[in-house]
Design a protein around this ligand. Structure first.
Ligand code: ADP
Ligand code: GLC
Length: 484
């Protein structure tokens, strides 16, 4: 039987390679591609941030403009569209005041309320664009709080209410929680401000609104789908998620093999594959050279790349570092975020310049070289909905050291003492001691030489492709679209 193709709309505030803060961008770049492979037509709609140059990206400006009244003002969305090489349609919504003149993707605590307007505008403009379109979508798939209003709006729209909506929670810590006056600014009727709607401790919670209204909710790993229904992992929404658990699914993210592939990656100095990994040694020495570390092939390099926020457990690493650095190791960190934690790493680097190098900022290209050039890769997260870098590490024969939480627990299997089984080094407690224990096991494994090389080759062969997960999403869409 030939499967029926569906028309799917992705609504997201990040899409790699156009905009990316973290994994949301990677997922919304890769999953639509995988769904295309299954025969569906996918359109991704996203904001046109100041960093996206429509000309360089071959995006065409359309005559259509969408007017969005918000808080007594009318904002106009300019519509740009394009198509990726893999046949995914793209729509970007621009506005000078809310996007072009704003130098960031997400604001900080001081500018957070403006984000309610920025992403409220984005969701409303996406809805307006959808209504102006000739053909209807079979499914709308919205991601995270920044697109949550779209789900709420669709379900209260007379023409669109029957459109199946899938909502994916990439990170329950970010909920779009605002003072309740924002209900009026966003033009939301007060009857939605109820415990079974957007009300959350007397505040307006957009994520909660999407959870209540979506036809299906997904999150990005089976373990995280369980954790968010518990008090410890629920960020205050565990009760709501238990209430809706019959429509909640945990589906693991995958790796975009076109972007994260040691055999084809043009960001790294030498390519390699599981049959011949000799190129990896060059990636390591070149990384050492690039970062000003002694070019010693024998010393283990421990890398890490990520947002420096409490979620990621870098404070544990900072506390463990003085002990860790008593080993003959090199520690490399690329990250952006918490100034205090970054300062601690800067001090460590100052004290041990031959052992620690830190790069502060977002650097996609360097992220590839760190993942390829390291021997071990740290992801010490307190919680991790899925996590992508540990899977990228696998693809480059770099052994991840992770805490057993969320998607890290689902994607890394702890190695046994003889390294016969396992795909990394896993620790349980969110303490510097537990982290150190796993690092020491990683370092002992590294010292095992050829056995460690065998382990590298084994993890490079793990199937982290999107295909399986795309089929699971496809299954959810099909359940919601009876004729598909
Ligand atoms: P999260 O979405 O919570 O940030 P993920 O592991 O899912 O975590 O995804 C993080 C993505 O962002 C990966 O592609 C990672 O390489 C990238 N990334 C994070 N910080 C940086 C940085 N400072 N420079 C370059 N890439 C980064
Ligand atoms: C979030 C999570 C991360 C996940 C990513 C993509 O930002 O923190 O664990 O991999 O979304 O789903």
């Amino acid at each position: 039987m030939v499967p029926a193709p569906m028309e799917i709309l992705f609504v997201t505030s990040e899409v790699t390679p156009y905009s990316k803060v973290g994994g949301l961008g990677d997922v919304c770049g890769a999953l639509p591609k995988a769904l295309r492979t299954l025969g569906h037509r996918v359109t991704v709609i996203s904001p046109l941030y100041s960093t996206i140059d429509p000309v360089a990206r071959s995006l065409a400006r359309r005559l259509l403009k969408v007017e969005v009244p918000l808080g007594g003002k009318t904002y106009t969305a300019e519509v740009y569209d394009g198509r990726t090489a893999s046949g995914v349609d793209l729509v970007f919504l621009g506005n000078d005041e809310l996007f072009r003149k704003v130098p960031y993707i997400y604001g900080n605590a001081d500018t957070y309320e403006l984000d309610a307007i920025r992403f409220g505008f984005f969701s409303r403009a996406a809805l307006g664009w959808m209504k102006a379109r000739d053909t209807k979508f079979d499914v709308v798939h919205a991601h995270d709080w920044t697109a949550a209003l779209m789900v709420v709006d669709i379900k209260r729209d007379a023409d669109l209410a029957k459109t199946p909506c899938v909502f994916t929670i990439h990170n329950l810590a970010h909920q779009g929680n605002f003072p309740k006056a924002m209900m009026e600014t966003l033009g939301l009727p007060w009857d939605l401000f109820k415990a079974d709607g957007l009300e959350f401790y007397e505040q307006m919670n957009l994520l909660k609104g999407a959870i209540a209204n979506a036809d299906a909710i997904t999150t990005v790993s089976p373990t995280y789908a369980r954790e968010i229904r518990t008090k410890d992992g629920g960020h205050g929404l565990d009760g709501v998620l238990r209430q809706y658990e019959s429509k909640l699914h945990g589906i693991l993210n995958g790796v975009d093999a076109a972007l994260w592939n040691s055999a084809t990656d043009t960001e790294i100095p030498s390519r390699f594959d599981p049959i011949n990994i000799t190129g990896k040694a060059r990636c390591k020495t070149e990384l050492q050279r690039e970062l000003g570390l002694p070019m010693r092939p024998e010393v283990p390099v421990i890398g890490t790349v990520g947002r420096v926020v409490s979620q990621k457990g870098y404070d544990l690493l900072a506390k463990a570092a003085p002990q860790l650095l008593k080993n003959d190791v090199q520690l490399v960190l690329l990250g952006d975020g918490d100034a205090e934690i970054l300062e601690t790493f800067a001090e460590l680097s100052h004290r041990w310049p031959d052992r620690v190098q830190v790069r502060n900022g977002f650097n996609e290209s360097l992220a590839h070289r760190i993942i390829a050039g390291s021997d071990l890769f740290l992801v010490p997260s307190r919680f991790e909905p899925c996590g992508l870098t540990q899977m990228y590490a696998h693809r480059y024969g770099t052994l991840p050291i992770v805490r057993r939480t969320g998607g890290l627990a689902d994607t890394v299997v702890d190695c046994d003492a003889h390294l016969e089984t396992g795909t990394g080094f896993v620790f349980d407690d969110a303490t510097p001691q537990a982290l150190l224990g796993a690092v020491q096991r990683g370092l002992s494994a590294y010292a095992a030489g050829p056995v460690f090389d065998g382990l590298r080759k084994r993890v490079m062969r793990i199937d982290h492709s999107w295909e399986r997960s795309a089929r699971l999403y496809d299954g959810i869409y099909k359940e919601l679209v009876p004729t598909a």
